[in-house]
Write a protein that binds this ligand. Structure first.
Ligand SMILES: *Cc1c(COP(=O)(O)O)cnc(C)c1O
Length: 382
C-alpha cells in the first residue's frame, strides 16, 4: 500500500533522542525543550515560542489568552480538522461556522458580510445580533499548508476588534514571498499561531505542538498556564487553574532533528507536486488545486479535485485502494458534527461542494518516483 502520509525520520532524530535519554532528562524539563523552542523561533523569525503537548493544546491556550470566556463566541471555519474548534467548547464558548472559498480557506467575503450585517459593535465588544453573545476571536486555518489571505483577515479582525488565531498546524514553513507580509510565516502574522507535530504533519515529534504570540507577555503566560500555573515551585502554590501542556524533552529532541530536515521536506513536496501536476493537468476528470500565488507554501497535502459530476468521490477512493493507493476525503464538515449541529453556520455553500469532490493523494516525503508514476497511471484509467 502506498500510504497517504508517513513520517520521515532519516536525520539526526535518533542521535538527539539517545542523547536526551542518556542525560536522564526525559520529562518536561530538559535542554532540548528550550533548544526546540529557540530553533523554531529562529526559523519562524519570531522572538520566542512555547512548546506544548499538541496542536490542540496550543489552540486552547491561544483562545484562553485571547480572552475567550464561557458564553462567548468564536468564529471558525467548518472545513477543518475538529481540533480548530473543540478548544472553544472546552472553554464553554460557542463556535460560529464560516464557509470556505475556492482556496479551501475561510471565505473572507462571507466573514466580512457576517461582521457587517449580523454583528453590532458595543462598549462591551462585538455582539452577534442573532444570539446576543460577544464574539471574541476568529480562528483561521491554512488548509493543507496553503497560506490564507492574512492581509484581509488582519484588516477585518482589526476593524472589528477581534483576536486573530492562526491554526498553522498544517502550514509550518509556509511564508509570504511578496506583499505587505513579505518574509513572514504562516502562524506569525495574527495575534497567535498554533503548530502541530502530530505523526502525519510535515515534521513530527510523535505528538506535540507549539504556540507563538505577537505579544511576548502572552507567551510567558502561555508557558505559565501550560505548566499548571505554578507560582511557587517549592511549596507548589498555584493562584489559578492551569494545564499540564508542556512538551517533554524526548519529544523536543525528535523535533530538533526533524526541524533540521524541514526545508528538504518542502523541496521534495514541491517537486512531487509539480510532477503530479504535470501529468494530472492533462486529465479530463481531475485537477490539482493550486496554492496561494503570493506565498512559498509548504505543500503539505495535495488536493485532487474531481472535475466530473458523474464521478463519485467514494468510488474514486475505492478504485485507488484496489491499486494499493491510500487516499482520503476531506474531514466531515465540523458544523455537521453531532456536537455542533445546533450552532450557527453562516451560508455554508462551497464547503460541501469541495467536500464532495476532493481527495488527498499520497504526499509523503519518502514517495518514490515509481510510486508517483503508479498513482498517475491509476488516475489516468479512471
Ligand atoms: C493536526 C491539526 C491540528 C491539531 O493537531 P494535534 O493533533 O492536536 O497536534 C489542528 N488543526 C488542524 C487543521 C490540524 O490539521
Amino acid at each position: 500500500m502506498i500510504p497517504l502520509s508517513v513520517p520521515n525520520l532519516t536525520g539526526n532524530e535518533k542521535k538527539y533522542i539517545l542523547d536526551a535519554l542518556d542525560s536522564g532528562w526525559i520529562s518536561t524539563a530538559g535542554s532540548y525543550v528550550t533548544r526546540f523552542e529557540q530553533d523554531m523561533a529562529s526559523y519562524l523569525k519570531v522572538p520566542g515560542a512555547a512548546a506544548v503537548q499538541s496542536g490542540t493544546a496550543a489552540i486552547h491556550l491561544a483562545m484562553l489568552l485571547s480572552g475567550v470566556k464561557p458564553g462567548q463566541e468564536v468564529i471558525v471555519p467548518t472545513l477543518t480538522f475538529i481540533a480548530s474548534v473543540n478548544p472553544a467548547a472546552y472553554i464553554g464558548a460557542a463556535p460560529v461556522f464560516m464557509d470556505c472559498d475556492d482556496s479551501l480557506n475561510l471565505d473572507c467575503d462571507k466573514l466580512e458580510d457576517f461582521l457587517k450585517k449580523e454583528c453590532v459593535m458595543t462598549s462591551s465588544g462585538l455582539i452577534n445580533k442573532s444570539t446576543n453573545r460577544i464574539i471574541t476571536a476568529v480562528v483561521i486555518v491554512h488548509i493543507f499548508g496553503n497560506m490564507a489571505d492574512m492581509e484581509r483577515l488582519r484588516a477585518l479582525t482589526g476593524q472589528y476588534g477581534l483576536k486573530l488565531i492562526e491554526d498553522a498546524a498544517e502550514a509550518l514553513g509556509t511564508y509570504y514571498n511578496q506583499g505587505s507580509y513579505h518574509g513572514q510565516f504562516a502562524g506569525t502574522i495574527g495575534d497567535f499561531g498554533a503548530y502541530s507535530f502530530n505523526g502525519n504533519k510535515i515534521i513530527t515529534t510523535g505528538g506535540g505542538g507549539l504556540l507563538t504570540a505577537k505579544d511576548g507577555k502572552d507567551l510567558e503566560r502561555a508557558k505559565y498556564l501550560a505548566a499548571q500555573a505554578k507560582d511557587d515551585p517549592f511549596h507548589y502554590t498555584h493562584n489559578e487553574v492551569g494545564y499540564n501542556y508542556r512538551m517533554t524533552n524526548l519529544q523536543a529532541a525528535l523535533g530538533v532533528g526533524q526541524l533540521e530536515c524541514l526545508e528538504d521536506f518542502i523541496r521534495i513536496k514541491e517537486n512531487n507536486y509539480e510532477y503530479y501536476d504535470n501529468a494530472i493537468s492533462s486529465m479530463e476528470n481531475f485537477k490539482l488545486l493550486k496554492f496561494n500565488q503570493k506565498a512559498r507554501n509548504n505543500r503539505w497535502f495535495y488536493s485532487l479535485f474531481i472535475n466530473n459530476n458523474g464521478l463519485d468521490r467514494n468510488a474514486v477512493i475505492k478504485q485507488l485502494k484496489e491499486k494499493d493507493i491510500e487516499t482520503r476525503p476531506i474531514w466531515q464538515l465540523v458544523h455537521t458534527q453531532k456536537m455542533y449541529e445546533n450552532c450557527q453556520a453562516y451560508y455554508i455553500e462551497k464547503a460541501p461542494f469541495y467536500w464532495n469532490r476532493i481527495i488527498n493523494i499520497p504526499c509523503s516525503t519518502s514517495l518514490l518516483k515509481k510510486d508517483v508514476d503508479h498513482i498517475i497511471q491509476a488516475l489516468s484509467y479512471i
